[in-house]
Design a protein around this ligand. Structure first.
Ligand SMILES: Nc1ncnc2c1ncn2[C@@H]1O[C@H](COP(=O)(O)OP(=O)(O)OP(=O)(O)O)[C@@H](O)[C@H]1O
Ligand SMILES: [Mg+2]
Length: 233
């Protein structure tokens, strides 16, 4: 078992009211899975990704990653854990603006104290994997939305994480760029990487092997999707 959440809740207090962003979520994720999460706006999808990826701490419940209980980890322990095991792709890319694609992808390796030469070698290899080997020195403003998202994906992958979280990775992209990201995520999963992705788009959810539906902070459906058979020409 790679990741397991047991009765996990995340509550926010706003004045006198308590918002149950997550309301007793239980889910198990095996290595190699590709999960799409869908549900109405405000149903807790992003909160789930944040809590499951240790960016946020749960109010209640237990989380284990690689069979280690992590829900009581402090800030520093969680940061170390993320650096080692977790890649996160945000909807807004979150790239450093005046910094080259290569330097953006190298960033997590600096935190991980990887040597300078190894850093640039690995960052370059990742950018080649996402099809941007010829754009290493471009800053985000010199790249299209789809290319920026691919830089963000390369950055999420450069530490070779066990688990990739993506929050609407195609949300801000045109159809062509969205298709490129779909192909890339499919390829990464075929290489054995575990992916948990939130999306509003049915055609993006379709590439995942398992579909989980959220409503009102709860999981209301969780099923394997039949994989489409490849059509032989
Ligand atoms: N920091 C916060 N403080 C208070 N309430 C919050 C906070 N973050 C999220 N919420 C509330 O928790 C609920 C779940 O929010 P969340 O962002 O997880 O929804 P979502 O499913 O990702 O929605 P969307 O599809 O619009 O991105 C919402 O009611 C939201 O207003
Ligand atoms: Mg969200």
């Amino acid at each position: 078992m790679l990741l397991s959440l047991e009765a996990v809740s995340k509550h926010y207090k706003l004045g006198d009211t308590t918002i149950r962003a997550l309301d007793s979520i239980t889910i198990k994720v095996d290595r190699g899975e590709f999960i799409a999460i869908m549900g109405p706006s405000g149903s807790g999808k992003s909160t789930f990704l944040q809590v499951a990826s240790t960016l946020a701490v749960p109010t209640k419940g237990s989380i284990t990653l690689n069979d280690r209980e992590i829900s009581s980890y402090n800030e520093v322990e969680r940061a170390r854990l993320r650096n080692k095991y977790i890649g996160f792709v945000f909807q807004q890319f979150n790239l450093l603006p005046r910094t080259s694609a290569l330097a953006n992808v190298e960033l997590p390796l600096i935190y991980a104290k990887v040597s300078v030469s190894e850093r640039s070698k690995r960052a370059k290899a990742m950018l080649e994997l996402v099809g941007l080997g010829d754009r290493l020195s471009n800053a985000p403003a010199q790249l299209s939305g789809g290319q920026q998202q691919r830089v963000a994906i390369a950055r999420a992958l450069v530490n070779d994480p066990d688990l990739i979280f993506a929050d609407e990775p195609t949300g801000n992209l045109d159809t062509k760029s969205g298709d490129d990201i779909k192909k890339l995520l499919t390829k990464l999963n075929n290489q054995g990487r575990t992916i948990i992705m939130v999306t509003h788009e049915p055609d993006v959810a379709e590439i995942a092997k398992r579909l989980v539906l959220f409503r009102d902070g709860k999981i209301v459906s969780d099923r394997q999707q039949r994989k489409r058979k490849a059509v032989k020409k």
